[in-house]
Write a new protein. Structure first.
Length: 475
């Protein structure tokens, strides 16, 4: 069988114009038209065609470069610069413009707020095209690494240990310098010691600055590279990172709202994320769904009070532990007397409240009652008898647990994974986003907004096709 061989000397011709480089159904055309529809004034980007001095690049061209590049996993400014020279779709998109990597990085850094607004305009566009209904919303979170090492996370113990070590090293350097002076050795060695001493002194000042930051901001830990990130636990262990949040619509799985928070869990996020998502469609949803990581009763109550059906399982429902003969559910609460009645009809009366955990404790008044009970040792082994803790909104928790178990709620909850985990899977696996490139909350929020915009655009292309979407955006 014959082989086909390449020939670098073969003469070929590119089309006469850059416009002809790309076919009519190439996805890049959808990205181009989408950016052209954006209102730069609403984004907060000033456009001044009469400005003096060196000319700058068209802001829309720079936005096209970032959004299209992120959509294919090219986030590095150097990779984007390379693509402008070698990739036909990038050459077409930029109209032959070739900003260097410093210009790209500077534009991204200086327009963080504008990049966040790009997503909002994209979401409103989805509503205009009837792609977002806003009836059922799914909330989800995922940990993403920060552009910082966990080794640079400092707490009080690490700071004190480090200061002690530095003081010992400085003392050792001073002793060595004194010895050299006594022996009248050559100056170069003494100069080297003085430089090392200066470096240790700078490090000591840095650690003291970290200490002041821990005290003034009342933090348990602070990262010296990115002070706004936190230590988060993910599938790959503990690392310095952020907690990315998304609210996804049921109809086509499009993202309605995205956010990034510097908290290592989702417990305080449910009401905040749902209410922010309501701003896009301008109405309240009918159902709000999330996994048990969001099961904080006080947070769920905020949404339940708005008349929205909350579909979030409690930790007990997810664990599916077999009910024990004398667990809390076997005790009846008497609201009038504010006490619990045990299976043997003895009262557990109110003892104290815990503001931090938002619970009230109830205990048997006479411990001898428990000791003489035939179930002592099974019901409890506590020396002072049986005790029970009641949440501040215990009745709301019971209501939401029953609501979650209903047939209609189960049907909605089954959709949760394919709706809200799909965007995170695409961003992390298909686009290869294992960490943020920018630092600080404003930076990572801007990056997350670009990534959410990219996901929505890809979904829109899959739903309509390139040519139909371009037609819809231009009419």
């Amino acid at each position: 069988m014959a082989y086909r061989y390449g020939d670098r000397e073969q003469m070929t011709f590119l089309p006469p114009t850059i416009e002809d480089y790309i076919s009519e159904d190439d996805p890049v055309r959808a990205y181009d038209v989408f950016i052209e529809t954006l209102d730069l004034k609403e984004l907060g980007i000033k456009v001044d065609t009469d400005q003096v001095g060196n000319s700058s690049y068209d802001p829309k061209a720079m936005l096209k470069l970032l959004v299209y590049g992120y959509s294919y996993g090219w986030r590095s400014s150097r990779k984007l610069e390379r693509a402008e020279h070698h990739n036909l779709s990038f050459i077409w998109l930029m109209g032959g413009l070739k900003p260097d990597h410093k210009t790209i990085a500077r534009f991204r850094k200086n327009n963080k707020e504008a990049l966040k607004q790009v997503f909002k305009q994209c979401a409103r566009l989805c509503i205009k095209l009837n792609l977002i209904a806003g009836n059922t919303l799914f909330v989800g979170g995922s940990k993403i690494r920060a552009n910082a090492s966990i080794n640079n996370s400092w707490d009080k113990n690490k700071r004190e240990t480090y200061l002690k070590t530095i003081d010992e090293q400085i003392e050792s350097i001073l002793e060595e310098a004194e010895t050299i002076d006594t022996q009248e050795e050559d100056n170069p060695s003494l100069v080297k010691l003085q430089e090392e001493l200066r470096d240790k002194t700078k490090l000591k000042d840095k650690v003291r600055h970290i200490m002041n930051e821990l005290i003034t901001e009342n933090k348990k830990k602070v990262n010296s590279t990115d002070p706004e990130c936190v230590n988060v636990q993910g599938r790959q262990g503990t690392h310095a990172g952020y907690n990315a949040q998304m609210v996804v619509d049921e109809q086509h799985g499009l993202i309605v709202h995205n956010d990034v928070v510097n908290e290592n869990n989702d417990r305080n996020q449910f009401a905040n994320q749902i209410n922010q998502a309501h701003e896009i469609p301008g109405k309240q949803c009918n159902n709000a769904c999330a996994d048990s990581g969001y099961a904080d009763t006080s947070e769920l109550k905020k949404i339940d009070d708005e008349g929205i059906t909350v579909i979030v399982p409690s930790q007990e429902q997810v664990s599916k532990n077999i009910s024990k003969p004398f667990d809390k559910t076997r005790f009846r609460y008497n609201e009038q007397q504010d006490c619990y009645i045990c299976p043997e009809r003895n009262q557990l009366k109110y003892k104290k409240s815990d503001k931090e955990t938002k619970t009230r404790s109830y205990q048997i008044p006479d411990e001898s009652v428990c000791h003489s009970c035939e179930h002592y040792g099974i019901c409890t082994e506590a020396k002072h008898g049986r005790s029970i803790k009641r949440l501040e909104h215990e009745e709301v928790k019971r209501k939401l647990e029953e609501q979650y178990e209903s047939e209609s709620s189960q049907a909605i909850f089954k959709l949760r994974k394919e709706k809200v985990e799909h965007p995170f899977g695409h961003i992390k696996r298909n686009l290869g986003v294992s960490s943020f490139l920018l630092r600080g909350l404003s930076g990572v929020k801007a990056e997350m907004a670009i990534l959410a915009t990219c996901f929505n655009l890809i979904r829109m292309i899959n739903i309509f096709g390139v040519q139909e979407l371009v037609t819809k955006l231009t009419t």
